[in-house]
Design a protein around this ligand. Structure first.
Ligand code: GLN
Length: 305
């Protein structure tokens, strides 16, 4: 495994330069595009790393999985009264479906859906931003894990589109809390800084029957774990979820910081990071790494044998 990770990172490095780092806020536009890392954690607890696996980056939309898990822990099936679990086939920040579907987002992994999930969590926690940070610290085992306040503030300053979605949902009666406070926590969740190793550890429960590998804490039931993996497989990469299923064949979740988390149920949790994005806002090199790895090991959940 170690040799394979090193070999694949060497093989994909020439692709750096073909994508573009996220441009919508200066704090992300300034990130060095040449960084590349991967961490793979087996359910037996063996950790393999290559490249910049210990460098923290902005987790962005990967936080949407943590938020969804918190909401499921709190409300279970009831959350689906507020949003769906269907793929959107649209960009992560698209508003197109939101109006004609009367303010009910298609799934928790597009921005509109994540904002509703954040609103659900707001109704539960007195300090939603801190509770999320502490939840992620517990899952990753990294007690130093921090939010990058510069990124959070910059996202808030550039919030027009996310704010428009949240206010539209409020106008349809699908928002319970103060929109501006929910936006602030949403951006704080996106601005958490974590490394590939942190995230491979933080998502071990999705590979390990709902139980966090290092703390032994049950995070979700078996059935809920399977359901979150299913939503990641169908919606985790937005309008590129089909391409990801085709090329990689694993539940996955990307973020515009360039991270992609992938789950091999019963075997591994992985995170790859390379900041340059493709046209869908997914890590261009990260996709190539996961494709090669999955193909070489035969990890696709769609494999016939
Ligand atoms: N903070 C980003 C946004 O809300 C997250 C998007 C993403 O990672 N796809 O636009």
């Amino acid at each position: 495994m170690q040799a394979l990770l090193d070999e694949i990172l060497d093989a994909v490095r020439p692709l750096i330069g073909q994508g573009q780092v996220a441009q919508y806020i200066p704090a992300l536009a300034e990130v060095n595009p040449c960084q590349l890392g991967i961490a793979a954690l087996s359910v037996e607890g063996e950790l393999f790393t290559a490249g910049d696996a210990y460098t923290p980056f902005s987790i962005q939309s990967i936080s949407k999985v943590f938020s969804l898990v918190q909401a499921i822990q709190h409300q279970g099936e009831a959350i689906w009264q507020r949003l769906g679990h269907e793929p959107s086939g649209q960009a992560f920040n698209s508003m197109a479906q939101l109006e004609y579907e009367q303010g009910r987002p298609r799934n928790p992994f597009i921005n509109a859906g994540a904002l509703v999930v954040c609103d659900i969590n707001h109704s539960r926690y007195a300090a939603p931003t801190l509770s999320m940070r502490d939840f992620v610290r517990r899952l990753t085992g990294n007690t130093q894990l921090m939010c990058d306040e510069k990124v959070a503030e910059s996202e808030y300053q550039h919030r027009a589109r996310n704010a428009a979605m949240a206010y539209l949902m409020q106008s349809f009666g699908n928002f319970e809390n103060d929109v501006e406070s929910v936006l602030r926590s949403y951006f704080h969740h996106c601005a958490l800084a974590a490394s590939c190793v942190d995230l491979a550890r933080g998502f071990s429960f999705l590979a390990h029957q709902g139980v966090c590998l290092h703390s032994h804490e049950r995070i979700l039931s078996l059935r809920q774990t399977q359901q979150v993996n299913a939503i990641m497989a169908t919606s985790g990469l937005y309008d590129e979820a089909g391409n990801f299923a085709y090329r990689v064949g694993l539940p996955g979740k990307s973020g515009v910081g360039g991270g992609i988390v992938a789950i091999v149920p019963g075997r591994f949790s992985l995170c790859v990071w390379s900041p340059e994005l493709n046209h869908s806002g997914n890590s261009l090199v990260g996709m190539a790494v996961l494709e090669q790895l999955s193909e070489r090991i035969g990890w696709s959940v769609f494999a016939p044998a």
